[in-house]
Design a protein around this ligand. Structure first.
Ligand SMILES: [Zn+2]
Length: 214
């Protein structure tokens, strides 16, 4: 691939433009044809990494109107972070040199609802679903402390906490942010409107809310 690397700000602008097309029903379906398939068969140079919820209604390439080779996507229910997630994201930024990580929460998230329900009833879900609830719990606690108690308020809190967790836990990601080679943005997607709005930024993504990583 010979395409020049984008900055985090350029990558974010591309995503926001694609999301605007999606919201307005004007999708261009870029990079989804046989030519593109052949073009990227021997290498990938995605311009953004999307770490979002597994929810079937939040499909990254569709809501940002992108195609093959554009987005490196990692998804877990409630975008919970474990070692496999961190390894996948570190591969994306370190090996593929991706300049922008998007943590993508969404309104009405079932993982958040399940966690809040477990708090209210004291009944833990079975199997490994309990693991998801355990990992979302710190966000629900910090949201409650700040007086944020609705599902969507907790979604916003959890999405921002997830972004901060990536920067705090991964040395590779933190180094990339500190040297200006990568930024993280937390975004919340609304199921009915299809719009992804910016919640917060870690590093420089050309946004007003940007601040350097601690
Ligand atoms: Zn969800």
């Amino acid at each position: 691939m010979t395409e020049p690397a984008l900055s985090a700000a350029d990558a974010l602008a591309e995503l926001l433009a694609g999301n605007r097309r999606f919201v307005e029903g004007q999708r261009a379906h870029p990079n989804q044809d046989a030519h593109r398939r052949t073009q990227v068969a021997n290498g990938q140079k995605p311009f953004a990494l999307i770490f979002g919820c597994s929810d079937s209604r939040v499909a990254a390439e569709i809501i940002f109107d992108r195609g093959l080779g554009d987005l490196f996507v990692v998804r877990t229910a409630g975008h919970i972070v474990d070692n496999g997630v961190l390894g996948s994201i570190e591969f994306g930024v370190d090996v593929l040199d991706i300049p922008l990580i998007v943590v993508l929460g969404h309104d009405g998230c079932g993982a958040i609802r399940a966690t809040m329900q477990a708090h209210e009833t004291g009944v833990m879900p079975g199997g490994y679903v309990r693991h998801i609830v355990e990992l979302v719990t710190l966000s629900t606690l910090s949201a409650a402390r700040a007086g944020r108690v609705t599902v969507d308020e907790v979604v916003a809190e959890h999405t921002q906490q997830t972004a901060q967790l990536l920067a705090d836990r991964s040395v590779a990601i933190a180094n990339r942010i500190a040297t200006g080679r990568c930024a993280i943005v937390a975004m919340e997607y609304t199921l009915a409107e299809g719009a992804a709005r910016l919640l917060t930024t870690i590093g420089d993504a050309g946004t007003d809310t940007g601040h350097p990583a601690a």
